[in-house]
Structures are given as structure tokens and as C-alpha cells.
Ligand binder design. Structure first.
Ligand code: G4P
Length: 524
């Protein structure tokens, strides 16, 4: 491998931002793009969460500003690094794709609203990151507003998420009295709302503000110093290694809206964010990013909701080597080779084609129905399969039938393909074999219905079953059909495994009390 290519690969930093809606993900991403020179103006974006099938807030930004920012993958250069930010759709766009995106990154940034603390969606996404053991960096946002006490927030991180934390900086005041942050890592104080030349104040060897300054007389400064002393004495030590293993999250405070603390965060983050990481194959072989042959895997398939474009895009995370347009690739599952003439870097109104990309980058391949989620593509002679992507426990269920029974063949073909592609999960009732679909977000059902009509010409009838708790069974042999009931429905998944769909937590506990010998488990 040429040393240029090696340098290119090692310059990549690929991450996703995880947060609950409204914590400030869009705002912080916009500031990051601004620092990276990808957009010209970092003014406030009133991100509109409209547009049923808008893939993300970015399309809205593009429309509003007439600028070209990417929608699913955003890329910029900063301090010699090439940063790839992957969008994790939330709100009504939340789906299994959101989870799978986390399979394609090397680290994650968790944005938390200082007033709200850890919220439901953050917790779900965090768990997936934790399972992968990737580094997680925390940005506590909206310090320009009154929020929870910083120590309380740190405690919440440890208690709710069960991850140890290290405060890289600490707020001095909050809300109307927000004076700045005490930057423990860079050993300086960064002032809020001040002239650029006064932005940074030095701290001395005792950790005190080294210059005479009004701030020193305030109770907020005194409080911050007391907190920091406590952190120094009783808090966790910083350890870059533990950050890398995902055991310790570095915590940053700031205010994305006023663009405060974001640049410091970005610079510090880039010092610790991992380079593209190796991946395991199904045979437990390690594929190193610096291996000379191209390889990658499909983590998301985006069907175009615009009837003018019937195509789909398969998003590929490059694991090793280099991609060049026109190159030959093999799809490992089918062992078929093909020449990649059309590739796209992202999905937006006007797509940009990519000629070259390296390990760590994401490319979109035009798909006419060839790819499935989890597929491996390789450039060299040797084919292999990367480890299977996990299946996620669905929470929402629908009974589905074809409106026209004559269309039953198309109906089953459509479902089979969409299930294989990873758009939705398939279950069926015992004996009667009624089709039940499972999803983690409502959008998945809407996409399903739309695509059945558009691609398979089948009108479907969807009957909501609401949310259920799905549990697989360790000792299937001990399950009796008499255990099934309206509150604990027994179904088969697509691999013919038995699954209980419980009405709620209460129903599940009641079942477990009655049937102590049945060992239930959930997927991720
Ligand atoms: P999201 O992508 O995570 O959903 O959040 P987004 O960036 O859209 O931010 C949600 C709201 O929070 C926005 O207000 C945004 O301006 C505001 N916000 C983001 N960062 C900060 C911050 O540091 N401080 C303060 N005070 N506000 C912040 P909005 O679009 O006006 O909507 P809303 O306030 O009417 O809900």
C-alpha cells in the first residue's frame, strides 16, 4: 500500500451523533460543518422536522440556505483529519436503520440537553454503542439556559447509562449567569460571550485563574472551583485507553446555539477519536483497514420515496483499502462480480458522485435490488463475509394482509424481499400463519406500505397491534402452546424461532411468575 493511501486512511474519523430529539444534534452538526468549512454561515438553523419522508433535517437546511450539505453522510476536513459524520435519523424517521448506522462508525458523540438529562432515545442508541464497545464522547448542551446541576448530570450518566465519566471541562455558572467553561484538559478558561482576544484566560499551576479578573469574585467561579476540587479528588482519572475501549466517556459542556464550546470540543475530540477500526469476518479473521484490497459492508438501504427515482441506494462502509469508480467488486453472498460505474457519496436532491474513497468512508451504490443489509462487497480475489449485523428487538407490530386476495403471490414476494433487505421484520402466527410485521419505528411501516404499492403494486391492509415486548426463548422445547394467550402471544420469527409478544411489562412478569422454567431473552 502506498504511504499516501495509508495516510489517507489514517486521517479518517467516522462517527455518529446520538441524542434524543431537540437536544441540539442538528445545531451542533451545523457548527461542526462550519468549522470544517463545509458551510459558510453558522447562523441559527430553525430545523423543521417536517416532510414525512425527509431523510433528515439536512434537506431542509439545504432548501433554506441554498447550500449543499450532505443529508446522510457529511464530510469535512479539519486539522489534517477527514471527518465523516453519519446522520442517525430520529423523530418520525427513527427506524432500524438508525441503529444500523451505529454499526458503521468508529465512535459516537452523545448530545444531552442539560435541562433534561438522559432521555429515552439517547438511552436506546447508547446501548447499541456500548454493545459495540466504541468510544462515546458526551456533549452536554444548552448551558446558556438553566439546567440541572452539572454534578447531578455526571451522576445521571453513571447511574442511568452505567458508564464512567470524566469532565473535560466544567461550567462556570449557567443560564443567564453562564460565564464560561473551565477547561481541565487544555488548562484554560474559555469565556462565554466575550471578545475573541479575551476568549481564553490562563490558569496557574494551582488550577486557579492566573490573571486578575472580575469572574474570580463571583460565587459561580467559587462553586466551579469547589466542584473541580471534588472531581480531582473523588472523580475518575482520565485514561485515553479506557476512552478507546468505551469504558470512560469524556464529558464536555457547552452551548451549540451560541456556538460556545463546540470548537474546543471538536479539537479535543479529534485528539482521541479512533482511526478506522478493523472488523471481523464470519470466520473470525481480522480485516485491517490498511489491507490493500477493498472491502466493505452494506449497513443501510435507502429506497427513494420520490416516484421520479425508482432506484435505491445501498450505503457501504468501507472497511479496508480504496474504492475507485469503475472498479470490479464481488458481492460475497452471491459470488457475482460487477463493475461499479455509478456511486454516490450521499443522498440529497442533487447527488454528488464519488470517484475515490478509502477505509473509514461511506459510499452509496446504486441498487436495483441486488443488495441486502449486512452484505459484504470485496475488491480482491478472495471473498469473505463480515460478521452478521445484529437484529434489533422490534417494539411496534402490525398485522398485514393484501387488500386483494388475488394479489397474494405479489404480496408474499414483496414482503420477502423487503424483509431480506432489512426494511422490516417478519413474524407469523402459529397454525393460521397470519403475517405480522415488527419495527422499531412507525416510519418503517409507512415505508413498507408505500413500497408494496410502488414496487409490487399491492395495496396492503395494516392493522395496528400497538407496542409489544418481544422475547425469544432459550429453551423452546419447554414451551407449550397453552402458554399463549391474548397478553402473551406466541409467534414464529422468519427463522422459525418461537417468540412471545407480551402486551406490556406487567404481562411479561406475570408470565414469568407462572412459568419460571421458561428462559426469555431479547435481542439488542
Ligand atoms: P435536534 O436536531 O437534536 O432535534 O435539535 P436541534 O438542533 O434542532 O435543536 C432543537 C432546539 O433547541 C432548536 O430550537 C435549537 O435552536 C435549540 N438549541 C440547540 N442548541 C441550543 C443551545 O445550546 N441553547 C439553546 N438555548 N437552545 C439550543 P428551535 O428550532 O427554536 O425549536 P424550539 O425551541 O421551538 O423547539
Amino acid at each position: 500500500m502506498s504511504s499516501n493511501l495509508e495516510q489517507d486512511i489514517l486521517s479518517r474519523r467516522t462517527f455518529a451523533i446520538i441524542s434524543h430529539p431537540d437536544a441540539g444534534k442538528t445545531t451542533i452538526t451545523e457548527k461542526l460543518l462550519y468549522f470544517g468549512g463545509a458551510i459558510r454561515d453558522a447562523g441559527t438553523v430553525k430545523a423543521k422536522k417536517t416532510g414525512k419522508f425527509a431523510t433528515s433535517d439536512w434537506m431542509e437546511i439545504e432548501k433554506q440556505r441554498g447550500i449543499s450539505v450532505t443529508s446522510s453522510v457529511m464530510q469535512f476536513d479539519y486539522n489534517g483529519r477527514r471527518v465523516n459524520i453519519l446522520d442517525t435519523p430520529g423523530h418520525s424517521d427513527f427506524s432500524e436503520d438508525t441503529y444500523r448506522t451505529l454499526m458503521a462508525v468508529d465512535s459516537a458523540v452523545m448530545v444531552v440537553d442539560a435541562a433534561k438529562g438522559i432521555e429515552a432515545q439517547t438511552l436506546k442508541l447508547f446501548k447499541v454503542c456500548r454493545m459495540r464497545g466504541i468510544p462515546i464522547f458526551t456533549f452536554i448542551n444548552k448551558l446558556d439556559r438553566q439546567g440541572k446541576e452539572p454534578l447531578e448530570l455526571m451522576e445521571e450518566l453513571e447511574e442511568v447509562l452505567g458508564i464512567e465519566s470524566y469532565a473535560m471541562n466544567w461550567p462556570i455558572g449557567m443560564g443567564k449567569e453562564f460565564l464560561g467553561i473551565y477547561d481541565r484538559y487544555n488548562k484554560r478558561i474559555e469565556q462565554f460571550r466575550t471578545e475573541e482576544e479575551e476568549r481564553f484566560l490562563p490558569i496557574d499551576e494551582n488550577g486557579e485563574l492566573a490573571v486578575e479578573h472580575e469572574m474570580k469574585k463571583t460565587s459561580y467561579y467559587t462553586q466551579a472551583m469547589e466542584d473541580i476540587m471534588l472531581l480531582n479528588e473523588a472523580g475518575n482519572d482520565f485514561s485515553a485507553e479506557r476512552v478507546t475501549r468505551g469504558e470512560l466517556t469524556p464529558v464536555f459542556f457547552g452551548s451549540a446555539l451560541t456556538n460556545f464550546g463546540v470548537q474546543t470540543f471538536l479539537e479535543t475530540y479529534l485528539n482521541f477519536a479512533p482511526t478506522p477500526q478493523p472488523r471481523l469476518t464470519e470466520d473470525e479473521q481480522i480485516v485491517d483497514p490498511l489491507d490493500k484490497d477493498f472491502s466493505g459492508f452494506v449497513f443501510k438501504i435507502q429506497a427513494n420515496m420520490n416516484p421520479a427515482h425508482r432506484d435505491r441506494i445501498a450505503f457501504v462502509r468501507i472497511v479496508s483499502g480504496e474504492f475507485e469508480r469503475g472498479m470490479n467488486m464481488t458481492l460475497s453472498r452471491t459470488n457475482k462480480s460487477f463493475k461499479v460505474t455509478q456511486s454516490t457519496q450521499f443522498l440529497a436532491d442533487d447527488r454528488e458522485t464519488v470517484d475515490k474513497a478509502v477505509a473509514g468512508d461511506i459510499i452509496g451504490l446504486y441498487d436495483t435490488g441486488n443488495y441486502q443489509i449486512g452484505d459484504t462487497v470485496v475488491g480482491g480475489k478472495k471473498t469473505f463475509q463480515f460478521e452478521r449485523l445484529p437484529q434489533f428487538t422490534p417494539e411496534l407490530f402490525m398485522k398485514v394482509t393484501a387488500k386483494n386476495v388475488m394479489k397474494s403471490k405479489h404480496f408474499h414476494k414483496g414482503i420477502l424481499q423487503l424483509v431480506q433487505e432489512g426494511a422490516i421484520q417478519y413474524y407469523k402466527t402459529l397454525h393460521t400463519e397470519e403475517v405480522i410485521l415488527g419495527a422499531v419505528g412507525q416510519l418503517q411501516f409507512e415505508v413498507f406500505e408505500h413500497r408494496m404499492k410502488a414496487e409490487y403494486n399491492v395495496d396492503v391492509r395494516m392493522e395496528p397491534m400497538g407496542s409489544k415486548i418481544a422475547r425469544w426463548i432459550q429453551n423452546e422445547g419447554d414451551v407449550k402452546e397453552s402458554m399463549t394467550g391474548p397478553r402473551s402471544m406466541l409467534v414464529h420469527d422468519r427463522y422459525e424461532n418461537l417468540v412471545f409478544l407480551f402486551e406490556n411489562e406487567f404481562a411479561m412478569r406475570w408470565f414469568q411468575d407462572k412459568n419460571e422454567n421458561i428462559e426469555l431473552y431479547s435481542l439488542l
